[in-house]
Design a protein around this ligand. Structure first.
Ligand SMILES: Nc1ncnc2c1ncn2[C@@H]1O[C@H](COP(=O)(O)OP(=O)(O)OP(=O)(O)O)[C@@H](O)[C@H]1O
Ligand SMILES: [Mg+2]
Length: 314
């Protein structure tokens, strides 16, 4: 992929990166970056290739490459004594369960670490119960503790809207205030990502008008299509050195079509696929215990009888 970096006429301080798909290597882009040590170059290629391997998520990927290109260009600008603006990298991730939010956050940590934005790049994942305490002052203490653990990396708050659940008197508000203060006290030392369902996160931001400007980056993680879910299934199987017979794949596809069509039920996207595959692998093992031949092909193949779908499979 070659990148053309053009000024966006709509806003003078924004740079847009356009991707041409003929050349899909990150190497090409990194080749020309001076001052990037060979080992960190290799690690960066690895970290971004993990991101490229994720199925779908096109908007998320395009955005991350944009940031990444910007950081590379800033290094070049700095080397030539040109100005670079401070980037605020705190983010909101919106999306349903199993759409890849935690996975992308973990990869971002690695990428930003290789880019020199984060000194460690680890991910600390917390939820309301980890931050909110039981008495006055307890919440600030607990929240600060997690911020401290996240320094040099990413603090990822799942179902962040639940912090505003109890209104003004709730300790959740104290957690939000403490987080906002920590973002100022530890500017550039960690990245805060707030994640949750789209509608709830929108509501949460409306109720906390000081927040949107502190989180200039909002990424939407869309539900996967049946085709994408099938691709994810094939990829997960390949990674485990399994595959499925055409009949098994068709059975899975028909089941998924039904699942995504059923309104108002919580379908956990790629996590559902992972659970489905792990269950099928266990059933195959039981089936194979009484099999006569156990050659490589038999050991690797999931048959349609290995997929059994019950009501609880959501
Ligand atoms: N695009 C993708 N390609 C391949 N695998 C994926 C993709 N998205 C998610 N997965 C896999 O699905 C599983 C669930 O993903 P993840 O935990 O990142 O979802 P999430 O959005 O954080 O869910 P939740 O909101 O429930 O925490 C993981 O095993 C992950 O590797
Ligand atoms: Mg998650």
């Amino acid at each position: 992929m070659t990148r053309r970096i053009v000024a966006n006429p709509a806003s003078s301080n924004r740079i847009r990166v356009i991707f041409d798909h003929e050349d899909s290597t990150v190497e090409a882009a990194l080749e020309s970056v001076d001052g990037l040590a060979a080992d960190s170059r290799a690690e960066l290629i690895e970290a971004t290739s993990e991101l490229s391997q994720l199925i779908g998520l096109e908007k998320v990927k395009a955005f991350i490459y944009e940031i990444y290109a910007l950081l590379i260009i800033y290094k070049k600008r700095q080397a030539l004594g040109l100005k670079t603006a401070d980037q605020v990298l705190h983010m909101i991730f919106k999306g349903n369960p199993g759409t890849g939010k935690t996975t992308v956050a973990r990869l971002l940590g690695k990428i930003f670490n290789k880019m020199g934005v984060l000194s460690k790049g680890h991910l600390i994942e917390v939820e309301r119960a980890d931050l909110v305490g039981e008495y006055i002052g307890h919440t600030a203490l607990k929240t600060r503790e997690h911020v401290k653990k996240a320094l040099g990396g990413i603090l990822f708050i799942d179902e962040a809207y639940s912090l505003a659940r109890g209104g003004e008197k709730d300790f959740g508000k104290e957690a939000i205030d403490t987080l906002v203060k920590s973002m100022e006290d530890h500017k550039n030392e960690f990245i805060l990502i707030l994640a949750g369902y789209s509608a709830e996160m929108d509501q949460f931001l409306l109720m906390n008008p000081g927040l949107p400007s502190r989180f200039p980056i909002q990424l939407m993680f869309e539900d996967y299509s049946v085709e994408q879910l099938m691709e994810i299934a094939h990829q997960m199987l390949r990674q485990r050195e399994y595959r499925m017979s055409p009949a098994a794949a068709e059975k899975m596809r028909q089941h998924l079509i039904q699942q995504v069509r059923t309104p108002f039920h919580s379908f956990s996207n790629a996590r559902y696929i992972r659970n489905m595959i792990e269950k099928a692998i266990r059933r195959q093992a039981v089936r194979l215990l009484s099999a006569h031949t156990l050659d490589k092909d038999v050991l690797m193949t999931l048959e349609s009888s290995d997929y059994q779908f019950g009501e609880q499979d959501r």
